[in-house]
Ligand binder design. Structure first.
Ligand code: ADP
Length: 190
């Protein structure tokens, strides 16, 4: 198995680059944001609970997202590997992921961090909000709240993965193809 994490703030391009990496390496994509939005669309209890957090730009409780990831991995146990997008976002989530992967006799091989300046991120998210209709991309105060959550709860994970030697940062501004090539170069070094 080859297991990658795409790491970075909201709007860094994780979804775009995940799509390309899945194609190139035959991995299964796990986006907790997409899974949560699917629950919301289906009108499940979990979707309704999550909605209250998402619309304010807050993180959904760890046990909710960890449960979703566990189910997804069990349903896709025959995969060549996984690409985690938007997960883990907190230290307890990262620890749960390590535990889950060890149940599968595997681990995280590489954490690819997309590095983009905040003003560029706000511009990208407001633009995305015009076409995607995502509730959390509509106004700047919700977007700024997501950055605060990222700074406080998610960014500490960078040093968690630096300690295990799996973190590689990549410049996330510029052409999509150039960023993809930089990501692939790290994967190919494994
Ligand atoms: P973005 O990276 O642009 O913020 P996502 O689709 O990854 O978009 O996430 C949208 C929202 O879904 C987050 O702001 C958060 O409320 C919720 N969410 C997604 N993944 C997680 C997670 N791993 N832990 C907690 N909340 C999450």
């Amino acid at each position: 198995m080859l297991n990658l994490i795409l790491f970075g703030p909201p709007g860094a391009g994780k979804g775009t680059q995940s799509e390309k990496l899945i194609g190139a390496y035959g991995l299964k994509h796990i986006s907790t944001g997409d899974l949560l939005r699917a629950e919301r669309k289906a009108g499940t209890e979990l979707g309704l609970q999550a909605d209250a957090y998402i619309s304010k730009g807050e993180l959904v409780p760890d046990e909710v997202v960890v449960g979703m990831v566990r189910n997804f991995m069990k349903e896709n146990a025959d995969a060549n590997g996984f690409i985690f997008d938007g997960f883990p976002r907190t230290t307890p989530q990262a620890e749960s992921l390590d535990g889950l992967l060890s149940e599968f006799d595997t681990k995280i091989h590489l954490v690819l961090g997309l590095e983009v300046e905040e003003d560029e991120l706000v511009k990208r998210l407001l633009l995305r909000g015009q076409s995607s209709g995502r509730v959390d991309d509509q106004d700047e105060s919700t977007i700024r709240n997501r950055f605060r959550e990222y700074q406080n709860k998610t960014l500490p994970l960078q040093s968690y993965y630096e300690k295990s030697g799996t973190y590689k940062g990549v410049q996330g501004m510029g052409e999509i193809e150039d960023i993809f090539a930089a990501l692939c170069a790290h994967v190919n070094e494994l």
